[in-house]
Design a protein around this ligand. Sequence first.
Ligand code: PLP
Length: 390
Amino acid sequence: MSLKSWQDALAALASCGMLRRLQTVTGPQRAHVHMQGREMLLLCSNNYLGLADHPALVEAQSRAAAHYGTGSGGSRLISGSMELHEQLETRLACFKGTQRALLFNSGYAANTGILQGLMGPEDIIFSDRLNHASIIDGCRLSRARTLVYPHRDVAALERLMAGEAAGRKGQWLIVTDGVFSMDGDLAPLPELVALKNRYDCLLMVDDAHGTGVLGAGGKGTGEYFGCLANIDLHMGTMGKALGGFGAFVAGPDVLIQTLLNRARSFIFSTSLPPAVVGAGLAALDIVQSEEGRSLRLRLEQLRALVTQHLGPDICTGFDGNTPILPIITGEPQATVRASAWLQQQGIFLQGIRPPTVPEGSCRLRMTLMATHQPGELLQAADLIRKALSA
Ligand SMILES: *Cc1c(COP(=O)(O)O)cnc(C)c1O
């Protein structure tokens, strides 16, 4: 069998700066990581609160492994539903203020499972153009009609909904990232709540990047806007600010029961290892503690500092009070060059290219961690400015 067509395709990607490859971090995920024998300042991790190597999480995970072992041995519906899974689900439902929650093995599995499990060919999903790839794939799997509205454009969404209202049958669902992963801007949740009430449909918020970070209690974008209780389905992950792995959906009991019966990524997959769930519980403890509050405050302060230091010409893409700071570079080759140059200077800041972001809007997606030091961020900001003008 000839592998030539794949070789040619990879070569074509490489020739236009679009080839992806792995870069290995040795040692733990901290504000400083080791790569190829060098220490680098990490500026592209979703470990916003620095919990991924927090002693309390490591200790909880080790304790859970010692007590429950390493594997769950099955899917939740066969033999793999353990008491830690249920404890974490109870905590998450309470955290988001819903009747019930259900764990998924990752955010990707959650979004594909939620949309496929709740929506079908008779239904309509209204989806923001910049929603995460896992939402797009969930829409496809559901076989519902998917109407994509321009990014954060509530007026356009309303026109779409009004156009569908006559002879409506089936369920409607609006789905949006809470914090958009590549831009760091926020969904207009209060306006979306008003629309979902006017048109009597469900509102699902993917708060992979808001959970733990936004709102006084870290409950996410809904808490930030004061409309947490108006969101029907809260999707969140434990792999980002919560420093671990896994994901969940929180919502009304009837929808959770439906997912438990229909969501294929939930039904046909081994459940999360108990140790991972133990770390999730410990992460929630921290997020809801005084320590969590001060980590969030610290992130806000660092954001203000960096934004001010970079100046308005570089911060054109910054919108929303989040630790995600997209520095727009445009084309793939310029992006790869800037990222490689920064790496030589000891800064790990990955370039993001299509299809993760739209054509022509490549960027260095800079993310802050509460464990960064102000001085090192200022130095990095100066180097970023240099990288862009080179
Ligand atoms: C990261 C991310 C996901 C996927 O979550 P994983 O747990 O990494 O699979 C889903 N939605 C958004 C918006 C994300 O940023």
